[in-house]
Design a protein around this ligand. Structure first.
Ligand code: GLP
Length: 245
């Protein structure tokens, strides 16, 4: 595992944006696995700036997103489709037909099967971007006694609902289930890049980078089995978990 410690969260975002731009420039038709949550937003801004400055073009890039809430349509301002459009796709030269976010409405099982197929379509992701939940969840693979390999519907934990309530008017509005890539889908990517910042992520990141334990109670710990993982954190978080380069 490559642990990258930067001076600041902004520098972490620059690091990851540069990695993505380099990949896209080397392989213009690459496939990116993308993530939502607050953490990648400034990184997406940097991709938009790079695209507007003519430093990178996404016109042949394909993307697949990790997950989507069940029960809200893509037009809902808290859906992950809406998030991706407004935080990235609407502002870059990507062909939206080449972007996939699971459908959160209708037949959830069929939608999960569609996501599973998209993960493999045309080959696996060249790079999978990840954030991390306070309890170590990645995508919406929640900390539990068992994890799932393939795309499925997941019941969200109280911890995740509480953490994500900040984006909704009230906690009761947060969907309680979501469609998510499974652990095998994430681990199938050629390269996995996880970005984290903030004290709330301390325990999850400690379990990811400070020991050799793999546990379903910190789903991110399964990344230890992947050959090509980058965990990008700032000095402040590295100090909190006691990581020394
Ligand atoms: C959600 C998403 C995850 C994300 C997590 C953390 O639960 N499904 O993909 O990593 O939130 O989000 P944030 O970056 O806002 O802390």
């Amino acid at each position: 595992m490559n642990v990258v410690v930067t001076k600041s969260y902004d520098e972490s975002c620059t690091y990851v944006a540069d990695m993505i731009c380099k990949l896209v420039n080397e392989k213009p038709n690459c496939k990116l696995g993308l993530a939502t949550g607050g953490t990648p937003v400034p990184m997406y801004k940097k991709l938009i700036e790079a695209n507007k400055a003519g430093k990178v073009s996404f016109k042949d890039v394909h993307t697949v997103n990790l997950d989507e809430y069940c029960g809200i349509p893509g037009t809902h301002d808290q859906s992950y489709r809406y998030f991706m459009n407004t935080n990235l796709f609407d502002h870059i030269d990507i062909d939206k037909a080449n972007t996939f976010v699971a459908n959160g409405m209708g037949d959830f099982e069929a939608n999960a099967a569609e996501l599973e197929a998209k993960v493999r379509e045309g080959g696996v992701a060249d790079l999978q971007l990840l954030g991390i939940g306070n309890n170590g969840h990645i995508a919406f693979n929640e900390a539990a006694d068992v994890l799932h390999a393939t795309a499925h519907t997941e019941t969200l934990t109280e911890s995740t609902i509480n953490a994500n309530a900040r984006f909704f008017e009230k906690k009761e509005d947060v969907p309680t289930t979501a469609i998510t890539m499974g652990m095998g889908d994430i681990l199938a990517a050629k390269c996995v890049v996880l970005i984290a910042t903030g004290a709330a992520k301390e325990n999850a990141i400690r379990g990811l980078i400070m020991d050799d334990v793999i546990t379903t109670h910190n789903p991110s710990s399964m990344l230890k089995m992947h050959e090509n993982v980058y965990v990008v954190i700032d000095e402040e978080l590295a100090n909190l978990v006691g990581y020394k380069a």
